[in-house]
Ligand binder design. Structure first.
Ligand code: WQD
Length: 338
C-alpha cells in the first residue's frame, strides 16, 4: 500500500523539514496547517528541494469536520503531529490558550484518525517534560515534571496517548522528545521563521548576527557549569526530521506506545554556541549579561541510546554544521523579505 503521511503543522519549522524527509523517502505527503504561525511560501521551499509539491490542507485541527474531510480526501496511512503552540514564555502568560490549542487539537486529530481507521501516529513532544530534578543525561525513564504550561500540555498529550495504547492495541504511537532543534535545510530554502522577537537562543543569536537585533541577552552566567552559562543539547533539524522517518518505519509492525529522545547526547553552553556562530559569521556577536531566566535548568542533554538501538537513528550533524546551515537560512530568509 502506498505510504501516505499527513503532517500536521507541516508548514512549520519541524513539520516542513519532516515533510522533505518523507517525500525524499518516497512518501506521499499531505501538509495540514492553519497558517497561524507559518506561511504558504514554505510549500515553494519544499518543492524546490524535493521537486514535488505536497498536497496542502489549509485546515484548523480543532475543526473536526474539516479534519475528517482531509482523511476522506486522501488515503492517509500515518500521521506526524507537529502542530502546536510552542512558546514557553507565552504559555506562562496564557495557559488556557496552550491547553485548548495543543490538547484540543490532538483530541480532534485522534478522533478523526479513529473514524478513518488510521492508527499510526508520531507525536512531537519535548525534553521540557523532564523534571529539573533529573540528572543529565536524560534517558526516557527520567523523572518527568513539566514546570510550565507548554511542557505540561506536551506531558498531558503523552499521557493521553499512553492511555489510548492501553485501551486499544491497534494504536501504533511514537512519542519523540526533542531536545533543542536548531539549524536549517542545507539548501537554505526552509528554516525557522519565528514571529516577533525570538524566545529561543539560536534564532535570537541569528537575528543579532544579521543585524536585526542589537545584542544577545545572556540569561545568567553564574550557573554550576564550566563557563557559568546553561548547557543544552542542540540537534540539527534535518537530523530530527530523519528521526521521524525512523520512528514511522519502526511503527510499521509495532503496536503500543513508544518514547524516544531525539538529541545528540552532547551539551553545548550558551557562550560556546555564541563562539560557534562568531566563527561562521566571522564577526563578534555583541552580548549583554542579564539575570537568570525563570524556569531555566542549568544542564540539559539527552541519553540517546534508545533511539540508536531501536530506531538505528543517531544525529549526524555537528554544532558547526547547525550554525552554518542556520546562518545560510537566516541570510536567505532576510533577503526574501527585503
Ligand atoms: C536555551 C538557553 C536560555 C535566549 C525551549 C523549550 C523547548 C524547545 C526549545 C519548543 C537557556 C538561554 C535563550 C536568549 C539566552 N521549544 N538564552 N538568551 O529553554 O532550552 O528550550 O526551547 O519545542 O521545548 O523548552 O531553549 O533556546 O529558549 O534557551 O541566554 O535570548 O539559552 O536561558 O539557558 P530551552 P532556549
Amino acid at each position: 500500500m502506498e505510504k501516505f503521511a499527513l503532517v500536521t503543522g507541516g508548514m512549520g519549522y519541524i513539520g516542513s523539514h519532516t515533510s522533505v524527509a518523507l517525500i525524499e523517502a518516497g512518501y506521499q505527503v499531505v501538509v495540514l496547517d492553519n497558517l497561524d504561525n507559518s506561511s504558504e511560501k514554505v510549500l515553494t521551499g519544499i518543492e524546490s528541494i524535493t521537486g514535488q509539491t505536497p498536497h496542502f490542507a489549509h485546515t484548523d485541527l480543532r475543526d473536526v469536520d474539516a479534519v475528517l474531510e482531509v482523511f476522506n480526501e486522501y488515503p492517509i496511512t500515518s500521521v506526524i503531529h507537529t502542530a502546536g503552540l510552542k512558546s514557553v514564555e507565552e504559555s506562562v502568560t496564557n495557559p488556557s490558550k496552550y491547553y485548548e490549542n495543543n490538547i484540543g487539537s490532538t483530541i480532534t486529530l485522534v478522533k478523526a484518525m479513529q473514524t478513518a481507521g488510521v492508527s499510526t501516529l508520531v507525536f512531537s513532544s519535548s525534553a521540557t517534560v523532564y523534571s529539573s530534578s533529573s540528572k543529565p543525561p536524560f534517558d526516557e525513564n527520567a523523572k518527568t515534571f513539566p514546570t510550565n504550561p507548554y511542557g505540561m500540555s506536551k506531558y498531558i498529550i503523552e499521557q493521553i496517548m499512553a492511555d489510548m495504547a492501553l485501551a486499544d492495541s491497534k494504536w501504533r504511537l511514537g512519542i519523540l522528545r526533542y531536545f533543542n532543534p536548531v539549524g536549517a535545510h542545507p539548501s537554505g530554502k526552509i528554516g525557522e521563521s519565528p514571529s516577533g522577537v525570538p524566545n529561543n537562543l539560536m534564532p535570537y543569536l541569528m537575528q543579532v548576527a544579521i543585524g536585526k537585533l542589537e545584542k544577545l541577552p545572556i540569561y545568567g552566567d553564574d550557573y554550576e557549569t564550566p563557563d557559568g552559562t546553561c548547557i543544552r543539547d542542540y540537534v540539527h533539524v534535518v537530523d530530527l526530521a530523519r528521526g521521524h522517518l525512523a520512528a514511522l518505519e519502526f511503527l510499521e509492525n509495532k503496536n503500543g506506545v513508544h518514547f524516544w529522545n531525539l538529541g545528540t547526547g552532547k551539551g553545548t553552553s550558551v557562550l560556546e554556541l555564541v563562539k560557534e556562530v562568531e566563527k561562521v559569521i566571522e564577526k563578534p556577536i555583541p552580548i549583554e549579561m542579564k539575570q537568570r531566566r525563570k524556569g531555566d535548568i542549568p544542564i540539559v542533554f539527552a541519553d540517546v541510546a534508545k533511539a540508536s538501538s531501536q530506531l538505528s537513528w543517531q544525529a549526524k550533524y555537528s554544532i558547526e554544521k547547525m550554525c552554518a546551515d542556520h546562518w545560510k537560512w537566516q541570510k536567505h530568509y532576510s533577503d526574501s523579505r527585503q
